[in-house]
Design a protein around this ligand. Structure first.
Ligand SMILES: Cc1ncc(COP(=O)(O)O)c(C=O)c1O
Length: 345
């Protein structure tokens, strides 16, 4: 089976640019973005800043770099970031906050999107004699390891209050904030107004090949530009990539509802086999196999035989992800294959 024939449910990062997106990329006006002269990058940055109601934004090559630039803006070396134990920034970014920013991090036990602001408030350590002072809190919207859960707006408002009371900053890893916006109907500017910085990604649900943005005040983004250059993230004729992002913003936000509906159908299909996928709100479908005869590796291997690729996140945890590259035909193949494999075990 060729890659194109496989139904790839491992991640929403596996999408390929559509024909329309490629046309927009080919037609992009470009310049040297390190000189600030790429009109398409400048337009993308202005557009994203406006969407989130902030003064400025900065295009970065990856979500990881966008997060790490933001954390370096908010937390000086030797000081502290608080986040969820499963947060991407401390789980999948290969220790970047410590390695590049000298940032100390402390985590609350993972609860996915069900954050209790009082628990976070109690963890904050003020300036003082011996303790590491807390400078920022980071949350993830939607929560990746939390199964695509959406943090409710009221919780975010309470967290903003907690941050303000303590004089610490609030960052959002908004790699999939578009999904939260579509699932809960909260405007992007409402989300934007609650955070000091956000990182938002174009190359997951939105289907662009590359790119995330850091969003914040003009002063912070000017500093972010320096940090990006220091980290080797200054790109030249990046308008080719920014054009894909602009196209994605225009064409691929509202359609996320289709991904959410397909994810819900996958969750329903596995439920009768004792595979828990009950909290599905967006495009991530975590599979808890603790009560099933198959472990995650065995399920993934059997699914692959049927032309369906899924992710193994732990011995008994697997994950399915819906995205722009999955159509109804691919969904139907997965809906036939997965229950058959689970029933046979
Ligand atoms: C929640 C979250 N944040 C950040 C990232 C990092 O993005 P990138 O892979 O572009 O570095 C990811 C990637 O999957 C993610 O899921």
């Amino acid at each position: 089976m060729t890659v194109a024939e496989l139904v790839d449910l491992r991640s929403d990062t596996v999408t390929r640019p559509t024909a329309g997106m490629r046309e927009a990329m080919a037609a992009a006006e470009v310049g040297d973005d390190v000189y600030g002269e790429d009109p398409t990058v400048n337009a993308l940055e202005a557009e994203v800043a406006a969407l989130f109601g902030h003064e400025a934004a900065l295009f970065a090559p990856s979500g990881t770099m966008a997060n790490q630039i933001a954390l370096q803006l908010l937390v000086p070396p030797g000081e502290e970031l608080l986040c969820d134990a499963d947060a991407h920034v401390v789980t999948y970014e290969i220790g970047a906050a410590a390695a590049y920013g000298g940032i100390s991090s402390r985590t609350w036990p993972t609860v996915g999107a069900d954050i209790d602001p009082e628990v976070v408030a109690r963890m904050i350590r003020p300036d003082g004699f011996f303790a590491v002072p807390t400078r920022a809190i980071a949350v993830e919207q939607t929560h990746n390891r939390g199964g695509g859960g959406v943090i409710p707006l009221d919780t975010l408002r309470e967290l903003r209050g907690v941050a303000d009371d303590a004089g610490v900053a609030l960052h959002c890893d908004g790699a999939r904030i578009w999904h939260a916006h579509v699932a809960d109907g909260v405007s992007l500017s409402e989300y934007g107004g609650l955070f000091d910085t956000l990182s938002v990604c174009l190359s997951k649900g939105l289907g662009a090949p590359v790119g995330s943005l850091v969003v914040g005040s003009a002063e912070r983004i000017a500093q972010a530009r320096m940090i990006r250059k220091r980290m080797g993230g200054g790109m030249r004729q990046a308008g080719i990539l920014a054009a894909a992002g602009r196209y994605a913003l225009a064409h691929h936000v509202d359609r996320l509802a289709e991904d959410h509906a397909r994810a819900a159908r996958l969750a329903e299909a596995v439920a009768p086999f004792g595979v828990l996928a009950t909290t599905v709100r967006t495009n991530l479908v975590p599979l808890d196999l603790t009560k099933h005869a198959l472990d995650a590796r065995a399920l993934a291997a059997a699914a692959r035989q049927e032309g369906v690729l899924i992710s193994v996140l732990g011995p008994r945890t697997a994950r399915l992800v819906t995205h722009l590259g999955l159509d109804d035909e691919g969904l139907d193949r997965a809906l036939r294959a997965l229950p058959r494999i689970l029933a046979a075990a």
